[in-house]
Design a protein. Structure first.
Length: 224
């Protein structure tokens, strides 16, 4: 991956180009989602050495085996999530806080969790620096969600999992939407899970080559 001189980059222009070349062409039409991508400085959420490539259409490594999800994938997940201004959202796998910051512009409040304490500290600092006051990131296990704050109107996995845990699905409010990329046999597929009338429904919405969140791969089964 090339690393252009970050000092020579017009980041506002790079954001606009990301939206016009990656977000809009991939069926993202919600004006609020598009504006959120234009407003949040993605370069602030990657390591300094990678700021020059913060807007490429790839997953960007942020350390600890983690990645900033490809803009197109995040954009499509948010489009399908149909965010509402009164929603309480849970983001699982907040990393450095980029998805949290984008979500915070679309919903009433966001609870972010991450299993890496250093990333939690980084995300908290990044959100504070940008003046994001309706979101908090705390340390927690990816597969457990955040039962103390449940139920949630919107749940977003910012990273792939082998399968969405039942414990997390159980934290979805009536009328709620859960978005995740599930990986099986090396193939990633984005899914939307909805709770309607107390029952859960799920639908595959698109393919996505999103890296797995650490510790969420399916454990091998023993064969006797």
């Amino acid at each position: 991956m090339d690393r252009p001189d970050a000092m020579a980059i017009d980041y506002a222009a790079a954001r606009a180009n990301m939206v016009e070349s990656q977000i809009r062409p991939n069926k993202v039409t919600d004006p609020a989602v598009i504006q959120a991508f234009l407003d949040v400085p993605r370069e602030r959420f990657v390591p300094p050495a990678l700021r020059g490539v913060a807007y490429v259409d790839e997953d960007i490594p942020i350390g600890a085996g983690r990645y900033l999800v490809e803009p197109m994938v995040l954009g499509r997940l948010l489009q399908f999530s149909a965010p509402r201004s009164a929603d309480l959202a849970l983001e699982i796998g907040s990393g450095t806080g980029y998805g949290t910051a984008v979500l915070a512009r679309l919903v009433g409040s966001v609870v972010g969790i991450d299993s890496d304490a250093e990333l939690v500290r980084t995300a908290t600092a990044n959100l504070a620096a940008l003046g994001v006051e309706n979101a908090v990131v705390t340390e927690g296990a990816f597969l457990e969600g955040c039962p103390k704050q449940a139920p949630f109107d919107l749940i977003l996995f910012s990273g792939a999992v082998a399968e969405v845990p039942a414990a997390v699905e159980g934290q979805l409010a009536e009328g709620g939407r859960l978005l995740a990329v599930e990986v099986a046999d090396g193939v990633g597929r984005a899914v939307v899970v909805r709770r309607t009338g107390g029952a859960l429904s799920r639908r595959i919405i698109f393919d996505a080559a999103t890296p797995l969140l650490p510790g969420t791969a399916r454990k091998p089964e023993f064969v006797f």
